[in-house]
Design a protein around this ligand. Structure first.
Ligand code: UGB
Length: 452
């Protein structure tokens, strides 16, 4: 009898072999999927790097203590303005008079920006505004100014100057003849709280603007921009002239404005940008800045709250060459009208010759003590201020400012005509109307209003 063949050993062997085959194919599968995963990851990283190199991300140095929307208006990819936005930009920028200017006004929702935009538009120039609407002071006031400009068909783009991609796109999409650059981090004492916002707005954004104007605009625009009386710092010689040294800045604000003037020299020298710096002297008036003394003094006096008045360490009055907004606007327009063309070639190429590089004081030429400012306000408001007189802090203030404006007078007929009492009257009139305040019938402003 034949015994059935003993297959148990062969079966075991086959089962073992098939187990080994499955094991190795599973390993192979997992190894190849790992490889595939790594390759995909690498390709994605490479693609992102390529895109960043090609379309650089906006430089965003955010200030820690206030918010800025910093929204890019470039919606599609590759970046471009929507057809409707392009149309609005064209409409707003195109002058209505022959040989009118087309001006990009930065900081257009700001105090001086709004007034200048309106004046330019009223005389037939084209204006496009740009503003980041940050919350350094009440943004609702900036929105009210924006609404006013909109009623005069002036478009304000909500964007940050550090968005260099947007800026270069703006310059390549419309041939602005001029830029009036007023966007800045203002205030001499605030730098102690938020120093970085001064670097971001007054240095980085200035470079971003000059870069785009030099390299993306065709033709390159002439640029008129806001410097400050604060660059004279702790100088003792009075009045301040443009040729005086500016080596003693008393605040970071002043230091960034002085840095701006040095940066302007470089861009003028290398790229042939036509650049004019205007040194403003404590500008005040209707729709002004709530962070300035005349504005918050008015608020506190009306609310019956105490105000702090600074005096110098040796007990003297602190004084300012307070300058009324309408005078400053005339100075800004004069500077724009006399600005010569830039001499650089598109793309930052060689310049055809030296370009204009100017600096002007725009002040009132008659300093007034802060104590006098307060007594004028008391009269206009019909309320006695509760005064706290203290020694001036050493975090930015200077004892006095006083402008010599003969350069601006000679070059574009700048002659300030509004004294502090007349200018503050106009400010108070606006203030009580804007905030819906009823003054006592005996107040200087109420009496003057009855006479009208
Ligand atoms: O010309 C400029 O380049 C600058 O002008 C403005 O700076 P300033 O001249 O310092 O204005 P502003 O704060 O209104 O103080 C006015 C006076 O009130 C005194 N002052 C101030 C505050 C206070 O609590 N008490 C006080 O006595 C104070 O000592 C001073 O004497 C702009 O803000 C600044 O952005 C820049 O443009």
């Amino acid at each position: 009898m034949a015994f059935p063949a003993d297959t148990s050993k062969t079966n075991k062997l086959e089962r073992y072999n098939s187990y080994l085959r499955r094991l190795s194919s599973a390993k192979l599968l997992s190894a190849s999927s790992k490889l595939l995963f790594r390759a995909t990851l690498l390709a994605t990283i490479l693609l992102i790097l390529l895109l960043i190199l090609h379309y650089p991300l906006p430089l965003s140095i955010h200030s820690p203590s206030f918010s800025s929307p910093h929204r890019s208006l470039l919606t599609s990819f590759p970046p471009s303005f929507s057809p409707s936005l392009s149309r609005q930009i064209r409409l707003s920028a195109t002058p209505r008079r022959s040989s009118g200017l087309s001006v990009l006004v930065t900081g257009a929702a700001g105090f001086i920006g709004t007034h200048c935009s309106l004046s330019l538009k009223k005389r037939g120039d084209g204006v496009v505004g740009l503003d980041n609407f940050n919350s350094y002071y009440d943004p609702s006031l900036k929105r009210a100014r924006q609404a006013l400009l909109a009623r005069h068909s002036i478009l304000i783009l909500e964007a940050d100057l550090n968005d260099s991609l947007l800026l270069s796109h703006l310059f390549s999409s419309y041939p602005f003849s001029h830029v009036l650059h007023l966007a800045a981090q203002a205030g001499v004492r605030y730098a102690a709280k938020n120093p970085h916002s001064y670097i971001s707005s007054n240095v980085a954004a200035l470079v971003s603007l000059f870069e785009s104007a030099a390299k993306s605009a065709d033709p390159q625009p002439a640029i008129v921009w806001a410097s400050s009386s604060s660059v004279y710092g702790l100088n003792k010689k009075s009045p301040f002239s443009e040729s005086d040294p500016t080596d003693n800045p008393a605040s970071l604000y002043a230091a960034t404005k002085k840095a701006g003037e040095a940066i302007a020299h470089t861009y003028n020298h290398i790229y042939g940008l036509s650049l004019t710096a205007l040194r403003f002297f404590t500008v005040y008036g209707p729709m002004g800045r709530p962070d300035m003394a005349y504005f918050f003094f008015t608020k506190s006096i009306l609310a019956g709250k105490p105000i702090t008045i600074f005096r110098t360490a040796d007990g003297k009055d602190v004084a300012r060459d307070f300058t009324y907004i309408d005078d400053v606007v005339k100075g800004c327009l004069g500077a724009l009208d006399t600005a010569e063309k830039s001499t650089g070639s598109p793309g930052g190429g060689p310049k055809s010759g030296p370009a204009q590089l100017r600096i002007y004081n725009l002040g009132n030429t008659s300093p007034v003590p802060v104590t006098k400012l307060v007594s004028i306000l008391e009269g206009l408001l019909g309320v006695k201020a509760k005064k706290n007189v203290v020694t001036m802090p050493t975090n930015g203030d200077v004892p006095f400012t006083h402008a010599n404006v003969s350069l601006a007078a000679g070059d574009f007929g700048y002659h300030p005509t509004t004294d502090l009492a007349a200018g503050l009257r106009k400010f108070v009139r606006w203030y009580v109307h804007y905030y819906g305040i009823k003054l006592k019938p005996s107040s200087g402003e109420a009496v003057a209003a009855q006479r009208l």
